[in-house]
Design a protein around this ligand. Structure first.
Ligand SMILES: CC(C)(COP(=O)(O)OP(=O)(O)OC[C@H]1O[C@@H](n2cnc3c(N)ncnc32)[C@H](O)[C@@H]1OP(=O)(O)O)[C@@H](O)C(=O)NCCC(=O)NCCS
Length: 157
């Protein structure tokens, strides 16, 4: 498996991969990925097995709080899950973030995404205390706007 920064040439493959992420991930537009590949490539690693795109993380260092790197989308191809793809991509984001001088990785999941919850906690993330608990997952109400409740996870680096 080869991990590398997102480039313009990867965009069609990334859109196809993200379309396999339902119900928790949806592809964004080609213009969005153009932006990520042009301005944020080093925190947007992709994983290839030969020519086949098997995983990707889209993450961004905050300009408002440079300590923070936010992981927007994390996905592994359904046929390649539980093989360490996300673990390798998280390591790449972590290494790059440390080089940039960031102090914290964070992300959100939908409260019922138990596989994501297990992945983040097994990889050392803390489920940030919220104002409600849904099936053992701490959730912050309205985190992403009215009705958009989210489980929030963070890893200090
Ligand atoms: C969540 C997701 C990204 C995990 O990717 P992955 O490449 O399978 O993760 P890894 O193989 O690196 O697994 C890391 C650890 O998480 C845990 N884990 C991951 N998937 C699991 C599952 N289905 N059941 C139990 N534990 C799981 C394991 O502890 C695993 O380590 P181990 O296999 O050494 O025990 C993947 O399931 C996915 O793409 N889901 C759909 C999209 C999505 O929900 N993304 C997150 C949105 S916030």
């Amino acid at each position: 498996m080869k991990i590398s920064p997102l480039t313009q040439h990867d965009i069609a493959d990334v859109i196809e991969l993200m379309s396999l992420g339902a119900p928790y991930i949806r592809p964004r537009t080609a213009s969005d990925y153009w932006l990520y590949a042009t301005l944020f490539s080093t925190t947007c690693p992709i994983a290839r097995d030969g020519d086949h795109l098997v995983g990707a993380i889209m993450a961004f260092r905050s300009q408002d709080n440079p300590d923070d790197v936010y992981l927007q989308d994390v996905i592994t191809h359904p046929e390649h899950r539980r093989a360490g793809v996300t673990t390798a991509l998280l390591n790449a984001v972590r290494e790059r973030s440390q080089l940039l001088g960031a102090r914290r990785l964070y992300l959100t999941s939908e409260p019922d995404n138990t596989t994501a919850h297990t992945t983040w906690t097994r990889r050392g993330f803390t489920n940030v205390p919220g104002d409600q608990t849904i099936e053992g997952v701490s959730v912050i109400s309205d985190y992403k706007g009215p009705g958009k409740h989210r489980a929030v996870y963070e890893l200090l680096i």
